[in-house]
Design a binder for this molecule. Structure first.
Ligand code: FES
Length: 285
């Protein structure tokens, strides 16, 4: 029994010793992590007060306060002012920012092209389909009284040029009529020949040059390649394949000659010579 009591006392003593040793250990660790002394704390407070005085009264004194001030500044910068209320973004109207101008130009171009085409079509319609009162080459031309025209032909040396009809008016000799009626039988130029007048197309039947009259030979003599025709347009020489073409004519009851420049009658074949006219003087070509 006495042994048991001694062992219990030893155990209690050892436990007490272990408890005291642990407590001392904790105290050593706490002092090692830095328990500031009162003097140190006092010195730090004095230094912070000095920094406040140097930086300014409103400046933060501690790192935490500095950090807080920075965060607050950022949030203030990001948050819009109460006076500038956020506005709802509205996409710009495409009609306003340029499409209208483009559409305007496109529509203007289309309108102008349409107008131009319409004007051209109207002009073409007018030119080709609308009857003109003035007439011109290709239409029937009223030339005047045959008696007056023959007098004018004689006055001009046997040839009367009518530029509006691109033609020459010449006399057809009465003595040649019997033969001419046979050669030109049925031709629409015969009514004029019967009245002593012919309307010859100025165009050379070789290659189309305008054939002038020759005042000395009293023939038509083409300066291009030398084709010659007598005064009534029958071929006399040169490369021309036939005599000069002529126009259909009408003679009214009162003796007015109308030449249809739209009705061209092919000239007489090579060798036709109803008048027997020879050159009356030197040739012009
Ligand atoms: S065009 Fe008249 S002779 Fe050739």
């Amino acid at each position: 029994m006495t042994g048991f009591i001694v062992i219990a006392i030893v155990i209690i003593v050892l436990a007490a010793a272990a408890l005291i040793a642990g407590s001392a250990r904790r105290r050593d660790v706490g002092s090692a992590t830095g328990q500031l002394s009162r003097e140190t704390l006092k010195r730090d407070a004095s230094r912070r007060a000095t920094e406040r005085e140097l930086v300014g009264a409103g400046a933060p004194a501690t790192g935490r306060e500095v950090e807080k001030a920075v965060i607050l500044g950022r949030s203030e910068a990001m948050v819009p002012a109460a006076s500038s209320a956020p506005t709802v973004w509205v996409p710009p109207d495409p009609e306003t920012i340029g499409v209208t101008r483009r559409q305007f130009l496109n529509r203007s171009m289309i309108t102008m092209m349409t107008l131009a085409i319409s004007s051209f079509a109207a002009a073409a319609f007018t030119a080709f389909l609308w009857p003109t009162g003035a007439g011109g080459f290709g239409s029937k031309l009223r030339m005047g009284k045959i008696t007056d025209l023959r007098a004018e032909i004689e006055k001009n040396g046997g040839f009367l040029y009518k530029p509006e009809g691109r033609m020459w008016l010449v006399e057809y000799p009465e003595a040649a009529l019997p033969k001419g009626r046979v050669v030109y039988k049925g031709q629409a130029s015969l009514p004029g020949m019967e009245k002593g007048i012919l309307a010859l197309y100025q165009k050379c039947v070789h290659l189309g040059c305008r054939v002038p009259s020759c005042a000395t030979s009293k023939w038509f003599e083409c300066a291009c390649h030398g084709s010659t025709y007598n005064q009534v347009g029958e071929k006399k020489g040169g490369p021309a394949p036939r005599g000069l073409d002529r126009f259909a004519v009408e003679v009214s009851a009162d003796g007015v000659l109308t030449v249809n420049t739209g009705a061209i009658i092919q000239g007489p074949s090579i060798g036709t010579n109803t008048t027997g006219q020879e050159a009356q003087g030197p040739h012009c070509v």
